[in-house]
Design a protein around this ligand. Structure first.
Ligand SMILES: [Zn+2]
Length: 237
């Protein structure tokens, strides 16, 4: 079971532990898990660019482990996280709640008791909005029919998105970085890396807009667009 995508994820937990030390609970934990998924994409992309593997980076963590004929041949989807019926595609304030009421049929219960009225949101499932934001800033902003009519900026590609995320992780993230701070940190990292150009920072901000990440410390922000660019086969070749 030693696949590059899983190994990249687990080794990235070590990088997180020796840099921002994102805590492993609440939205900080979701961002910890997302960062491990994201850095795994970066590792896969680098491996392909050096010729170490012919396989392009996958936005479906765990997919190298499964036969494509499996019903769900991946562990998580960064394109449409809710496809696993557990992860969240949109940011939600319950990520930071100790106990949250679970409406009937809502995804994201971490409780062993399926009938429990209260639950945590598991960090592997609150990673969804950040994973999806990374997909969108890398490629997904271009993968929606009519995206340009919505005024969506051009995506910046995997390599630049990786540079942005890594700079935010190692310069701005802390053990208690939440989604609001992840948003502001990655936009700032894009401005640092690409001074004088607004398009990279604009793409990063637009990606966070789509997943409804707060743009204000009080938790207010844009409304999530859960159906945007959830079909990776719609991407331009
Ligand atoms: Zn992990």
């Amino acid at each position: 079971m030693v696949t590059l995508d899983i190994t990249g994820h687990e080794i990235s937990h070590g990088v997180i532990e020796s840099s921002s030390q994102l805590s492993y609970a609440y939205s900080f934990g979701g961002l910890n898990e997302a960062t491990a998924d994201i850095m795994s994409v970066c590792i896969q992309d680098f491996a392909q660019s050096t010729g170490a593997t012919p396989r392009p980076a996958s936005f479906f963590p765990g997919s190298q482990m499964f036969s494509p004929s499996c019903k769900q041949p991946w562990i998580r989807s960064m394109v449409n996280p809710a496809d696993d019926n557990k992860s969240w595609s949109c940011w939600h304030p319950s990520f930071d709640a100790t106990w949250v009421p679970r409406p009937n049929g809502a995804p994201g219960s971490g409780g062993a008791d399926g009938g429990s009225q209260y639950c945590f949101v598991d960090v592997h499932w609150s990673s969804g909005p950040a994973n999806r934001a990374f997909w969108l800033m890398s490629k997904g902003l271009a993968c929606q029919p009519g995206a340009q009519r919505r005024g969506a900026p051009e995506p910046i590609g995997i390599r630049k998105a990786c540079d942005v995320w890594y700079r935010a992780l190692t310069n701005y993230f802390s053990p208690v970085t939440d989604y609001y701070e992840a948003r502001t940190s990655t936009v700032k990292a894009a401005q640092d890396l690409f001074p004088g150009s607004s398009k990279e920072a604009a793409a990063v901000a637009a990606a966070w807009d789509v997943v409804g990440a707060p743009d204000s410390p009080d938790g207010n922000g844009p409304r999530c667009d859960p159906g945007f660019a959830i079909d990776s086969s719609a991407c331009p070749a």
